[in-house]
Each structure stands twice: as structure tokens, then as C-alpha cells.
Design a protein around this ligand. Structure first.
Ligand SMILES: Cc1cc2nc3c(=O)[nH]c(=O)nc-3n(C[C@H](O)[C@H](O)[C@H](O)COP(=O)(O)O)c2cc1C
Length: 146
């Protein structure tokens, strides 16, 4: 079960993904870094950075450019199986909107949404949900001890 994620310098998403405890790969923050390329099915965890587009009408791009660049790679895109998004409920109807955009563009289910760095309940719910639905989502289930 691979988690691919993006997280800015505030690292809320990084901390959440770390708590999930699955193998993970981080989409680089800077263009100068080596781009991430994946070769196996993954769940994408992506924070929303639209700045409340529906309210302000200023920025209609809730998906971070680094994530768009990663998904523009056809091979990377071919392995996405589900999306999880995060945000801040202060953004109202734009809360977690990156997940809606990615789900629609990549034709994958938007399976979970959490606020900021998530609660212990968020971590547990998503962890259990991914493990129990790994096969249905087309993700490789982790090996369990006999
Ligand atoms: C400039 C900016 C714009 C944001 N826009 C949205 C938004 O439109 N919707 C939302 O739900 N959260 C929005 N957020 C909140 C972030 O998604 C949230 O803080 C997230 O936890 C950041 O994750 P990171 O620290 O891993 O980068 C915004 C945050 C910033 C700084």
C-alpha cells in the first residue's frame, strides 16, 4: 500500500501521512528537486490550496502545481487508485476541494477528507478503510504476519 503525498513547508500533510504508517513517497516541493516517478498503485493525499476560490473568485486552482506536474506524467497518473484530500473548514464549500478536482480528472474515488494535520480518529478511520478496501480499490494489500 503506497501513499503518495504533497506537503508544503507547514508539513501538516507530512505529519498525517507519517502517522498512517504505510510506505510513502513525497512529491517534491521545489522544481530543482528530482521529480517523483512511481511504478505501483498508490493513494494520493493532497492538501487544497485554492484560497477559497468559490468565495474570492481569485484562484480557481485548488490542486498545488507540484501535484499537477506529478499527475501530468502519464505513468504516474496510470497508478493512482484513490484520492484523499485535506484543507481547512474555514474555506467553506472549498474545504478539501483538491480531492473533487483530482477525482474527476483521474476517474478515481475521493475516499476521505480531513482538516489540517488530522485527528487520531482520522488516522484510524482512513487506515482501516484503506486496509479493508485495498483489493476493491486495486491497491496491493500489505503482507501480514502469519
Ligand atoms: C494559501 C492557502 C490557500 C488555501 N486554500 C484552501 C482551500 O481553498 N480549501 C481548503 O480546504 N483549505 C485551504 N487551505 C488550507 C490547507 O489546505 C491546509 O492548511 C493544509 O493542512 C496544508 O497542508 P500542508 O501543511 O501539508 O501543505 C489553504 C492554505 C493556504 C496557506
Amino acid at each position: 500500500m503506497l501513499i503518495v503525498y504533497f506537503s508544503s513547508a507547514t508539513e501538516n500533510t507530512h505529519r498525517f501521512v507519517h502517522k498512517l504508517g504505510f510506505p510513502s513517497a513525497r512529491i517534491p516541493l521545489r522544481r530543482t528537486e528530482e521529480p517523483l516517478r512511481v511504478n505501483e498503485p498508490y493513494v494520493l493525499v493532497c492538501p487544497t490550496y485554492g484560497g477559497g476560490a468559490s468565495i474570492s473568485h481569485q484562484n480557481s486552482r485548488p490542486v498545488p502545481t507540484q501535484v499537477i506536474r506529478f499527475l501530468n506524467d502519464e505513468r504516474n497518473r496510470s497508478f493512482i487508485r484513490a484520492v484523499v484530500s485535506s484543507g481547512n473548514t474555514n474555506f467553506g464549500t472549498d474545504y478539501g476541494k483538491a480531492g473533487d478536482v483530482i477525482a474527476a480528472k483521474c476517474h478515481v474515488p475521493y475516499v476521505y477528507r480531513f482538516e489540517l494535520l488530522g485527528t487520531p480518529e482520522d488516522v484510524e478511520t482512513l487506515r482501516e478503510g484503506l486496509l479493508s478496501n485495498a483489493e476493491a480499490l486495486g491497491l496491493q494489500a500489505p503482507l501480514t504476519a502469519a
